[in-house]
Ligand binder design. Sequence first.
Ligand code: 8ID
Ligand code: ZN
Length: 348
Amino acid sequence: SVPTEQYAQVFKSNNDPIERKKVPVSKPGPDEVLVNIKYTGVCHTDLHAWKGDWPLQTKQNLIGGHEGAGVVVAVGELVKDIKVGDHAGIKWINGSCGHCEFCMAGDEPLCTNALLSGYTVDGSFQQYAIGKAVDVARIPKGVPLDAVAPILCAGITVYKALKESQARAGQTIAIVGAGGGLGSLAVQYAKAMGFRVIAIDTGSEKQEMCLNVLGAEEYVDFAKEDVGAKVKSITGGLGAHAVILLAVSEKPFQHATEYCRAHGTVVCVGLPAKARISAEVFPTVIRMITIKGSYVGNRIDTHEAIDFFARGLIKAPFKVGKLSELPQVFKLMEEGKIAGRYVLDTSK
Ligand code: 8ID
Ligand code: ZN
C-alpha cells in the first residue's frame, strides 16, 4: 500500500539549503502514474537547477532529480497501457502538451509547455514521484533499477547526441567531458554504435576509467595537453568526424571546431552557465563544419537507449549513495571529482 508521507530532498529557492524533509505523497491525476522511485541518478543539471545557473526559472520548494527508476504503484483512471507493478522511469521530460507542432512530430522536448522533472515539477529526489503516463520511460523487468537510472537522462541524451552527429560506424568521435556522467555513457553508446572514441577529460582516475573500463582508444587530458593538437595528431591531421561537447565549462565550446574534421559536426550538449559558443567564420565555412545543439531525446530515443542497456551493451561504472547524501554529492560534482555517475538509494 502507498504511504501518505515520504522523504524527499527539498530546497526553497536557488542556493538555499537542501533539506531532507517528510512531504506528502501525491495522488496521480487521470493521465498520470505514481512511481515508487528506488534509485535516482544525480545529473549536473540538478546542480545547475539548485544554483539557478540558467535563464529558466525553477519551481519554488523544488524536489529535484530526473533519473528516477522504480515501480508503478498507482495509475490515473485514463491510464491503460502501464499498470501497477510495472517498472518505469521518471525522466527529464515529465509531460508535454501533445498538440503543438513539435509534439505532433514526436519532438516533445521542443514543446514550449513541456513539464520538466526536478525543475518545473517535482522530480526523483523523493520516494514517490508523479509522471504523465505517456512520458514515463518503460523499463523491462529484469533490468537492474540502480544501473538503469542514469540512462533516463544521461543515456538518452548522449545516444540522441551521437545520432544527431550524423557520424557513421567506423568514424571517430571526440567526447569532451568523457569522464563525467554523460561522458562515461557516451563512450559506451559510441562503442555500441560502432564509433571509435577519443575521450577528453582530466585526471588519472577518469583516464583509467575511459581507457580500461569504458574502452576509449585514446585519452586527452585537457589540463595537461593541447587538446586540438593531440586530437589532430591522433586522426592523421584531419580531426574527429564529430565532437560531442558534454563539459560544464565554456572553453571547449570555443575551440571544438578547430579539431573537428572537414564536413564534421560539433554537437553541443553541456550547458555551462552563461556560456557562449564561438568559432572563426573562415575555417568553419571552407571546411563545411556543422555546429548544432542536442537536447535530451524523445520517447523513441528513450525506448532505444533503454533497449541498448537491456541488451547488455552499456556498462558504465556508477557509485551508489543515499538520497540523504545529495548535498555531499553536489559538492563532489562541483569539484569535478566524480568519475561516472552517482546513483542514490531513496530508501536511505
Ligand atoms: O539535453 C541536454 N543537452 C543535457 C542533458 C543532460 C545534461 C545536458 N546536460 C548538461 C548538464 O546540465 C551539464 O551542463 O550536460 C552537462 C554535463 O552533465 P554531467 O555529465 O551530469 O556532468 P559531470 O558528471 O559533472 O561531467 C562533466 C565533465 O566535464 C569535464 C569534467 O571534468 C567532468 O568530468 N570537463 C570540464 I568541467 N571542463 C572540461 C574541458 N575543458 C571537461 N572535459 C573536457 N574539457
Ligand atoms: Zn540530466
